[in-house]
Design a protein around this ligand. Structure first.
Ligand SMILES: NC(=O)c1ccc[n+]([C@@H]2O[C@H](COP(=O)([O-])OP(=O)(O)OC[C@H]3O[C@@H](n4cnc5c(N)ncnc54)[C@H](OP(=O)(O)O)[C@@H]3O)[C@@H](O)[C@H]2O)c1
Length: 343
């Protein structure tokens, strides 16, 4: 198996060319990149695919909006039996209403706050009792629910650090631990939605980055442990799709900024000053307006992780700017990459 992979002909690897002009000798060159993670998702290999139709059940968290909402729709359209965990099902959120309006016996919304153990255990029971044969287990768990915030270390309260970790990190761990017995029975899949900020850090994003770095570490440990048991674990690391989801809105950024400034210790407020603070908020607003509105690459990555016989360990749905930045930040000496991207 390993030798087959090592000796896979180069021509079969997904490739990408980059042409550039060399000013010094006036010639143009073409570079060929061959890397699974660099390949556009439409070029991915489905050397073998599991058949989702009718039999395979998946649970996705955070389906009220964004990636989760689109995924629930997409996986349903692919033939999966979908359990869509929604934070605000009990409040009749519009995302929940839309999913329910499909009136399909293969798509069921369930009330699920990943921070509440009682709700998680209730969903375990719902799924166990609705599976035709619980011994065949649950095929897929997609840990997608997440929240985000920003702020420099000195601007961020301990309460905020804990709040974000409670959903993104401990929510992922809690869900995974509760559903592993069902996933193991199916020899199924765990797909964790991390972020490019789970691989490279960024100033003013520490409350988010530390949770996603945690998700990456957790996923690696889980992958090692589950491999002998036939369960496959993948991580999806989206780039900037903020414009296509509900993670941030201009109003949310302003609300976070106001609370942050109001709660700042006097010494921090004085030392940095309002001008500096406002500049940082404006930078964050810019970042949020720059993202991709088309979330298809993320949806395709998760689908591949759930359906390919040999899913990838990591998926990088992001544009080339962020892909290159992530590679350089994680491979170059920090003194060099800091100079290029941070300072
Ligand atoms: N958008 C991006 O650019 C981007 C980039 C990298 C990674 N990600 C990650 O992608 C995942 C999905 O985010 P998104 O961008 O699709 O944003 P989103 O539209 O805000 O979706 C996140 C979902 O999680 C739900 N949620 C929040 N707290 C929850 C809890 N305690 N229990 C259960 N569900 C909860 C939210 O519910 P409400 O809507 O009711 O609050 C929402 O439906 C997150 O893990 C995020 O970190 C996003």
């Amino acid at each position: 198996m390993l030798s087959a992979r090592l000796f896979r002909p180069l021509s079969q690897l997904p490739g990408k060319t980059l042409s550039f002009y060399d000013r010094e000798n006036g010639m143009s060159h073409t570079l060929l990149f061959s890397s699974n993670s660099f390949a556009p998702i439409s070029h991915r290999t489905y050397a073998g695919q599991v058949n989702p139709v009718g039999s395979k059940a998946v649970l996705i968290t955070g389906c009220d909006s964004g990636f989760g909402f689109s995924l629930a729709n997409h996986l349903h359209s692919q033939g999966f039996l979908v359990f869509a965990g929604c934070l605000l099902k009990h409040k009749g959120d519009s995302g929940v209403q839309k999913l329910d309006s499909l009136k399909s016996d293969r798509l069921r919304t369930v009330q699920l706050n990943v921070c509440k153990s009682e709700e998680v255990e209730e969903v375990v029971e719902i799924i166990r009792s609705s599976l035709k044969n619980p011994e065949t287990g649950l095929w897929g768990l997609v840990n997608n629910a997440g929240i985000s915030t920003f702020g420099e270390v000195e601007f961020t309260s301990m309460e905020t650090y804990k709040e974000v970790a409670e959903v993104n990190l401990w929510g992922t761990v809690r869900m995974t631990k509760s559903f592993l017995p069902l996933i193991r029975r199916a020899k199924g899949r765990v797909v964790n939605i991390s972020s490019m900020l789970g691989r490279m850090a960024n100033p003013a994003r520490s409350p988010y980055c530390i949770t996603k770095f945690g998700v990456e570490a957790f996923s690696d440990c889980l992958r090692y442990e589950m491999q002998p048991l036939g369960v496959k674990v993948s991580v999806v690391e989206p780039g900037n799709f903020i414009a296509g989801t509900s993670l941030y809105s201009p109003e949310r950024i302003q609300a976070i900024a106001k609370k942050m400034w109001d709660d700042l210790p006097e010494v921090v407020r004085k030392d940095y000053g309002k001008k500096y603070f406002d500049e940082k908020i404006a930078k964050m607003e810019n970042y949020c307006n720059s993202g991709s509105t088309d979330t298809t690459p993320v949806i395709k990555a998760v689908t591949h992780a759930l359906t390919a016989n040999t899913p990838y360990t990591r998926y990088h749905p992001m544009d080339y700017y962020w892909w290159l930045r992530m590679q350089l930040m994680t491979h170059l000496p920090a003194a060099v990459s800091d100079k290029i991207y941070i300072h």
